[in-house]
Design a protein. Structure first.
Length: 158
């Protein structure tokens, strides 16, 4: 599957919001997708990268958006990687890794993210990209949803 990584444009927000609704594996806890209204704002005012699906056939509701990433500044002069996602039909081709490398190359400051501490595959993947655990936060979202806060120095990608 061929794709290109590029900054999102405001017109992408419906396709990215659709991708957000279908990308996440259900864990038994209710998943709340980010709404179309916030994707519209992020596409214009945050770092939103998309992987464009180059095939003739669109990927359901997400159109030509096979993957997306959103990262925004924090009050601590760091960046927060809020979400990275790949369409289920486009997984396994390196799109997520390409999105991560592109984001880290653009990062002018340290990059933070959170991850479920029991998601060993994701923790290992983020470590391979140069992230380290800053702290564990129990009950981060809900009482039963713990997270690791991980940090990358920014400005480079493996």
């Amino acid at each position: 599957m061929s794709s290109s990584i590029e900054p999102a444009v405001p017109a992408d927000f419906f396709h990215i919001a659709a991708l957000d609704r279908i990308s996440w594996v259900q864990t038994g806890l209710p998943y709340i997708a980010d709404g179309e209204h916030i994707w519209r704002v992020w596409c214009e005012y945050a770092t939103v990268l998309v992987a464009r699906h180059a095939e003739a056939q669109p990927l359901s509701e997400s159109g030509d958006v096979a993957g997306a990433l959103v990262m925004f500044p924090t009050l601590t002069d760091e960046l927060f990687l809020h979400k990275i996602m790949v369409h289920p039909d486009a997984r396994g081709g390196g799109i997520g890794s390409e999105l991560m490398r592109a984001a880290l190359r653009r990062a002018s400051a340290a990059v933070l993210l959170t991850v479920d501490p029991d998601n060993n595959a994701a923790v290992k993947l983020y470590r391979n990209f140069g992230f380290d655990v800053r702290e564990r936060i129990d009950g981060y979202y809900r009482e039963q949803e713990d997270r690791l806060l991980m940090v990358h120095p920014g400005g480079s990608a493996p």
